[in-house]
Design a protein around this ligand. Structure first.
Ligand SMILES: NC(=O)c1ccc[n+]([C@@H]2O[C@H](COP(=O)([O-])OP(=O)(O)OC[C@H]3O[C@@H](n4cnc5c(N)ncnc54)[C@H](OP(=O)(O)O)[C@@H]3O)[C@@H](O)[C@H]2O)c1
Length: 478
């Protein structure tokens, strides 16, 4: 009998140290330290073990504790509680990374097991992995590797190779924080917990699927990273393909992590590599967001004035499986779009006969399901209903599930769930080696043979070429 993950998840993990490499950086401050604090607040941290910050900056122990306190006060989703903090603070240590030998780090560690979070730039990964090996820290260690996992297929393979020289695959957790979101995990519950929808989840009933990851922010202070990466690498290769795989995979034979990951890789293999002719690349120019003027991408800090890097990407994708053959999947993602919204729309086919032609409503959208991944987390099902009155007149109406009103709480931060999963050794929500590599195979044709860069004003829904891509259908958010 396979234990459900929910049952497994509700106790503190075994004693272990938590090491954050790159503890002085943005991810550590905004996400990791607040997540550790929130796990402590609900007694889901190991009862024994230290939290060790490790970086080259000379913060000192008190300096790191002060930084951690400020991070929690600023970013913790549950606020700051002095009692929780008082329990946590003696466990917080800091080691300056000054020799790359990691001897000083090893001397501080107490437990036989540890989670080592590599919150460092991708370029620093190979040396860090070798350093852990040389300091004899590989045994008992679970490493968390952040996205981007490589820059292309060749570099992803090289990275996997470097990792496997030191770590067994069972010790490796390739993180995609989207998979830690409640709403993303709910895709599987929705599909496989409700037989009514699973029966129509196929090419017989579905006309097309849309997936949008929209951000109203620009590139913030990440100009150097973004110039090199672009949004295809930053969002599509990982978040978009991962969500798509959950949406399209076959039911696993059980809920064990490998059973789920086996089904995911099957469907990622069935995703046809992108056809550059069915892609749209865009870049934002100056415009207006929320009534405020914002600058164009080329005016951003650390961005070339002639940059051709894409801040918007859209594509028609195909999944060559028995279930999905012929169903187009339209995906798009962009910066400086009118609002932040990640949503999936499953548009069902129109009825075979239209009984209502000639009524006062001439064009009606057929029934569709909207999964709002963030914000306003929830699910909406739109269908047609007869308007009251003597005539046959119809109008779309909504059935609505809203996370906050149904559960009276906001979903926890993805990093809380994912850190806990690493500590209990659950790989379900992490990318396996083969999936990380195959995702590059899917996107690489669009990286190697780039469509022209189409400009769009900040505050719009992207270049009009993206509307032509989906025509005669329309984007749900427009
Ligand atoms: N920030 C996010 O929201 C976010 C989201 C998704 C993924 N990620 C990924 O997470 C990783 C960390 O991102 P970040 O935003 O925290 O970056 P960051 O703010 O630049 O911090 C990275 C930290 O790594 C350390 N570092 C830099 N170069 C190093 C080197 N050569 N060797 C060892 N340590 C080095 C730096 O600390 P010292 O100089 O003090 O050593 C720095 O504080 C990156 O791979 C990024 O792609 C970040």
């Amino acid at each position: 009998m396979i234990k459900s993950r929910t049952a497994m998840a509700l106790k503190p993990p075994p004693p272990q140290d938590i090491v954050i490499m790159g503890a002085s950086g943005d991810l550590s401050q905004r996400k990791l330290i607040p997540a550790i604090y929130n796990l402590a607040a609900v007694s889901l941290l190991p009862v024994e073990g230290q939290i060790v910050g490790f970086a080259r900056t000379d913060l000192g122990e008190q300096g790191f504790r002060d930084l951690a306190r400020r991070s929690i006060q600023e970013y913790s989703r549950t606020g700051f509680d002095e009692t929780v903090w008082a329990g946590l603070v003696p466990r917080i240590k800091y080691v300056k990374n000054d020799d790359h030998s990691y001897g000083s780090l090893k001397r501080v560690l107490r437990e036989n097991e540890r989670l080592v979070y590599l919150a460092i730039p991708p370029s620093a990964l190979p040396d860090t992995i070798t350093g852990l090996h040389d300091a004899e820290l590989s045994q008992g260690t679970r490493i968390v590797v952040e996205k981007p996992f490589g820059h292309d297929l060749a570099s992803a393979r090289e990275l996997n190779h470097a990792i496997h020289k030191v770590f067994h695959e069972s010790q490796v957790f390739r993180i995609d924080h989207y998979l830690g979101k409640e709403t993303v995990q709910n895709i599987l519950v929705f599909r496989f917990g409700n037989s009514v929808f699973e029966r129509v989840w196929n090419r017989d009933a579905v006309d097309h699927v849309q997936l949008t990851v929209a951000e109203s922010v620009g590139i913030e202070s990440r100009g150097t990273y973004f110039e090199d990466a672009g949004i295809l690498r930053d969002i599509v290769q990982n978040h978009v393909l991962q969500m798509l795989s959950l949406l399209t995979m076959e039911p696993p034979s059980n809920v064990a992590p490998e059973a789920i990951r086996d089904e995911k890789i099957k469907v990622i293999r069935a995703m046809r590599p992108l056809n550059p002719a069915r892609t749209v690349r865009g870049q934002y120019t100056a415009g207006t967001i929320d009534g405020q003027p914002v600058q164009g991408y080329r005016e951003e800090k650390d961005v070339s004035p002639e940059s051709m890097t894409e801040t918007f990407f859209a594509a028609q994708m195909e999944v060559d499986s028995w279930r999905w053959a012929g169903v187009p999947f339209f995906v798009r993602t962009g910066k400086r779009l009118p609002r932040r919204a990640t949503e999936i729309v499953v548009q069902f086919r129109e009825p075979p006969l239209c009984f209502f032609e000639g009524t006062d409503v001439t064009h009606l959208p057929s029934d569709h399901l909207v999964m709002r991944i963030q914000p306003d987390e929830g699910i909406q099902f739109a269908f047609l209903a007869k308007k009251p009155g003597p005539e046959i007149s119809v109008q779309p109406v909504m059935m609505e599930f809203d996370y906050s009103s149904s559960f009276m709480t906001s979903p926890p931060e993805a990093y809380e769930r994912l850190l806990h999963d690493v500590m209990v050794g659950d790989h379900t929500l992490f990318m396996r080696e083969d999936a990380a590599e195959r995702a590059w195979v899917v996107v690489e044709p669009a990286l190697n043979n780039q469509a022209p860069t189409c400009m769009y004003p900040a505050g719009s829904w992207g270049p009009r070429e993206a509307d032509q891509l989906i025509a005669p259908r329309k984007w749900h958010l427009h």
